[in-house]
Write a protein that binds this ligand. Structure first.
Ligand code: CUK
Ligand code: CUA
Length: 645
């Protein structure tokens, strides 16, 4: 047993550099690295690298003190459960938006306002489970894919949507205040992995890939009958944040994207085998991309041509259905990305060194059964080992991450199509080493029709030796690459905490956040309503309202003073504290925290925040401001006096 375990402890570099490569090369038909890149290129790679290092960037990437970045980057944080906002090209972290995590600074997961967002969209099954373990909500998540809303093929600055792979949730972040305002947990589906939004005419739909296959409903039936497991694709309505429809498919869904015509969504599928072990899932030589016909699905939903399961309409999109088409592609595809030309869609091979290029204009004929599924494929270039995701510059070039080769491959779509038709042409423009093992990559505005071809970031899963050693757990490495010239030039290494999967680079002209909250904001409307009922003017009054053993404490905050310097409650009271920040000054955030009660929350300018807790411990408990707001910030405090009962 222990010997067995020892055998499994494999050096990471070896695992990634040798074992995985051998496995993949095997799956790809025994191609070696030199076969893939050509012996000449393998030989000159070192010289090339030296040249790459020496080559100057075409664009300025230093952002001097006091200067502003040209782009926002919305990074996911994987198992940290939050969204992070960076500036590009500086790669400075500007803000974190807590979503599926519990956040100490802001009180996300503790304040009444955040708990409403975190609980109202849970399924009845989850609410029951959480009740049994005395938890209000899940306090962990796995956020992979952050994507802003579109109007007419480009970002409109309204929302950002993201998935939670851990608890099958989808969130919406308001880009005016950079806070999450809606979370929905999807019924029937088991995890949400791939997530992209409708690009045209607008978002519209948020497309959510169910990755794992389970019995539907998943209530204890068919445990040992994997052949009865199903995976589900969901379209969420981005305006109402409700489920518009779901559709059952064959195979595990991985990533998804949508067209620029508003007609189709498409997802990569692996495990066409329907296996439940690694060996089973890798058995077949081919998996597929599944294409969803939105119009046909919508018509069926209108006709009532569906089953209602878990309170939502569920359609059957398995093989042979009118709603879907399955296009065979090499084993275990991963990312799928629509090009800004509105025509090409690339599915990335992962276990195959190839990517598969589709022409969306052929999908109409495919659904009319005038052509075969593979007739929609217009190129299948061989790029290198472990292609995972592809980004675009809007000039006809594509940039594909090669996980195992630790490279980004720049290639030309038209040239790849010519090669596919049998011409002898070299479609690979350049391979750039990245450090190390890239997953997603993203170009500036590259996911829109306004791709500008300026910057590329490579989100690398390993940093290894690129930073000072911080112990066994190391940061990821998000690298910035200048793509404005003929050649890619690496300009910046950016360490990041666990674990960005995906990112979106949005030009700053698209986003216009406010500086202070508006008093009529729906985010704290419940507090405003309660205050009205209690005859309290939140902007002026500080007082305590007793309602049996429930106590509502209202106070203003204005640097450096809370509206109340003390309040008195009885042991066992349920206390709700509402703090309203009446400061008008930009960036003047206060906080409210209670010592030895674990209570802490942010109160930004012109906002009201509230928190409810039990006054269990008698005695003197100081509350204080957590945000350094004034020269007298240390004195911004008061006493909660809890009388023993
Ligand atoms: S996935 Cu992580 S590298 Cu969740 Cu988009 Cu491809
Ligand atoms: Cu208010 Cu510090």
């Amino acid at each position: 047993m222990s010997g067995d375990r020892d055998n499994k402890v494999i050096n990471r570099r070896r695992l990634l550099g040798t074992t995985a490569a051998a496995g993949v090369a095997g799956a790809a038909g025994s191609a070696t690295v030199s076969q893939l890149v050509g012996p000449a290129e393998a030989q000159t790679r070192q010289q090339q690298q030296a040249r790459q290092q020496a080559r100057p960037a075409q664009q300025r990437y230093e952002v001097k003190p006091g200067e502003l970045d040209e782009y926002y980057v919305f990074f996911s944080s994987g198992q940290s459960g939050e969204v992070r906002i960076y500036g590009l090209p500086s790669m400075r972290e500007l803000m974190r938006v807590p979503v599926f995590n519990r956040d100490s600074a802001t009180g996300w997961g503790q304040t009444n306002e955040s708990l409403k967002v975190l609980t109202e969209g849970l399924t009845p099954e989850s609410k029951e489970y959480l009740g049994k373990i005395s938890q209000a909500t899940f306090d962990a998540g796995d956020l992979h894919h952050p994507h802003p809303s579109f109007t007419d093929g480009t970002y409109d600055g309204r929302y950002l949507f993201a998935n939670d792979k851990l608890n099958t949730r989808v969130c919406r972040i308001r880009l005016d205040v950079m806070k999450c305002d809606k979370i929905i947990q999807l019924p029937n589906q088991h995890t949400v992995h791939g997530l992209r939004v409708q690009k045209y005419p607008r978002t519209g739909y948020v497309f959510c890939n169910g990755e794992d296959r389970v019995p539907v409903p998943n209530d204890g039936r068919d445990l040992d009958k994997p052949e009865n497991y199903r995976s589900i694709f969901t379209a969420v309505d981005g305006d109402s944040m409700g489920v518009a429809w779901q559709i059952i498919v064959d195979g595990n869904l991985d990533n998804v994207d949508a067209d620029y015509q508003g007609k189709y969504a498409f997802a990569t599928c692996y495990n066409s085998e329907g296996g439940v072990t690694l060996a089973d899932m890798m058995a077949a030589e081919q998996d597929w991309v599944v294409i969803f016909n939105l119009k046909r699905i919508e018509d069926a939903v209108k006709r009532g041509d569906y089953r209602e399961i878990g309170g939502v309409p569920v359609l059957d999109g398995t093989k042979g259905s009118p709603f879907t088409r399955y296009v065979p592609v090499p084993n275990s595809p991963h990312g799928i990305n629509t090009a800004p030309d509105g025509i090409h869609v690339v599915a990335n091979g992962k276990l195959s060194p190839t990517v598969t290029v589709f022409d969306v204009r052929k999908f109409d004929e495919l659904f009319e059964d005038k052509i075969k599924p593979r007739d929609t494929v217009v190129a299948e270039p061989e790029l290198g080992l472990g292609p995972l995701h592809t980004a675009y510059d809007g000039k006809g070039n594509a940039y594909t991450t090669l996980f195992i080769d630790s490279q980004v491959c720049k290639w030309n779509i038209e040239a790849a199509k010519r090669a596919f038709r049998g011409e002898k042409v070299n479609y690979i423009a350049q391979k750039l080493d990245v450090h190390y093992q890239p997953g997603h990559n993203h170009t500036s505005m590259g996911q829109t029709k306004e791709a500008d071809g300026k910057w590329l970031i490579s989100l690398n899963k390993f940093s290894k030796d690129r930073f000072l050693n911080v112990g066994p757990l190391k940061p990821e490495n998000d690298q910035l690459i200048d793509i404005s010239g003929d050649r890619m030039v690496l300009v910046h290494d950016g360490p990041s905490y666990a674990e960005p999967h995906d990112a979106t680079i949005v030009h700053r002209s698209k986003i216009n956040p406010v500086h202070a909250w508006k008093r009529d904001d729906p985010f704290f409307a419940d507090a405003v309503k309660q205050a009205q009922a209690d005859g309290v003017d939140l902007m002026a009054d500080s007082k305590l309202v007793r309602d049996g053993n429930k106590v509502r404490v209202y106070m203003t905050s204005m640097a450096p003073q809370f509206g109340l310097e003390e309040f008195r409650v009885r042991q066992g009271d349920e206390v709700t504290v509402y703090v309203t920040n009446i400061d008008q000054v930009e960036d003047l955030t206060h906080g409210f925290a209670v010592i030895n009660y674990g209570i802490s929350m942010e109160v930004p300018p012109q906002a009201t925040a509230s928190v409810t807790f039990m006054a269990h411990r008698p005695g003197v408990h100081w509350y204080f401001c957590t945000w350094f707001c004034h020269a007298m910030h240390m004195e911004m405090k008061g006493r909660m006096l809890v009388e023993a009962q």
